[in-house]
Write a protein that binds this ligand. Structure first.
Ligand code: 3Y8
Ligand code: NAP
Length: 260
């Protein structure tokens, strides 16, 4: 057996730890999107494969028997390539992902009471739709969507954008009014409450990433009664999926020690 983990998420890192602890032969893969990706306890490669053909050639050359797609729900191209390459080579594929976030309904508390009121989400189906949703008077908007899609918001230059990026960008973002913060998650409620308060954020834009690593901003928005523009996930091709590390280990034929 030899496993390839397509990584870049909290779940991928947790799985890498589990495989390393069990000395299951495995490789870890990053796209190379950030300057210093988190070190992993597995041999790690960084960079694209070169499309489906490149991925298939890599899987064959490395004699991978099990492919785990533990990329982010918005890493649509990688996930599509994983399905195509696994099918072409007849290699087992399992996606380790996380359920989407769902809006929480309030318990009737007064607005402004911490955590007393429900979420104020406006769901949209794309980055473009999120830009359109920002019509109306100028606001201070937290764009917690990373670096790759910032340019789309130049269509709404009237807002002041608070940006949170993993790395300092080489060129300044094409947004005339913005405040840039550099930070990588997983984030905390305390930290995200402080961020929203410090920058006077009036609205959030984020992707429905799911998981715990980026959920703090939603809890903070709920506590402060702020509206959220929530970008739904892209559709992915059908594939075997799980949300649990134990399921991956069982799929690999390594029963977990079911301690009490
Ligand atoms: C390079 C590798 C771990 C994984 C940690 C998770 C949690 C923290 C929250 C916000 C949202 C955002 C962004 C985010 C989170 C985790 C996870 C997650 C969101 C690293 C990492 C890589 C990336 C790539 C990066 C993207 C960007 C997206 C920032 C490592 C830190 C916004 C997604 O500058 C860039 O080009 C950044 C690109 C893709 C989305 C974008 O469009 O900009 N992730 N993030 C991976 C690679 O090279 O293959 O160093 O850990 C991983 C993590 N980022 O093991 O603890 O599991 O999701 N990542 C989003 O959710 O919208 C931040 O600010 O509130
Ligand atoms: P994407 O748009 O689906 O993929 C674009 C290209 O990047 C892929 O075709 C592939 O290049 C390469 N790639 C992506 N993930 C890779 C991996 N793990 N290992 C090797 N190559 C990879 O992906 P993305 O949205 O840019 O995400 C890139 C990385 O950041 C992934 O690891 C993902 O898990 C992580 N991430 C993304 C987000 C997000 O919001 N998109 C959030 C958190 C973490 P080739 O075609 O050349 O093979």
């Amino acid at each position: 057996m030899k496993v390839l983990i397509l990584g870049g998420t909290t779940e991928a890192s947790a799985l890498a730890r589990a495989l390393a602890e069990r000395e299951i032969p495995a490789l870890f893969s990053y796209a190379g999107r950030v300057t210093a990706p988190k070190p992993q306890p597995l041999p790690t490669r960084v960079g694209g494969f070169g499309g489906v053909d490149g991925l298939a050639a890599f899987l064959a050359a490395e004699r991978i028997t099990h492919l785990v797609d533990a990329t982010h729900p918005f890493a649509e191209r990688m996930s599509r390539h994983a399905v195509a390459a696994a099918e072409r080579l007849g290699i087992a594929l399992l996606a380790l992902t996380r359920p989407p976030w769902a809006p929480q309904h309030g318990d009737g508390g007064k607005p402004g009471d911490c955590g007393q009121q429900g979420d104020r989400w406006q769901r949209v189906d794309s980055i473009g739709a999120a830009v359109s949703a920002l019509s109306g008077p100028p606001q201070r908007v937290l764009l917690a969507i990373g670096r790759m899609h910032l340019a789309a918001f130049a269509a709404r230059p009237e807002h002041h954008y608070v940006l949170r990026l993993v790395d300092l960008p080489v060129d300044p973002p094409p947004l005339p009014r913005h405040t840039l913060t550099v930070d990588r998650g997983p984030f905390t409620l305390e930290g995200d409450l402080a961020l929203l308060r410090e920058h006077g954020v009036e609205r959030l834009v984020c992707k429905n990433a799911g998981g715990a690593g980026a959920a703090a901003k939603l809890e903070a928005a709920r506590a402060l009664g702020l509206p959220v523009v929530m970008i739904d996930r892209p559709a992915l091709p059908p594939r075997l999926e799980t949300h649990a590390i134990d399921d991956v280990l069982e799929w690999l034929g390594h029963m977990t020690d079911r301690g009490v």
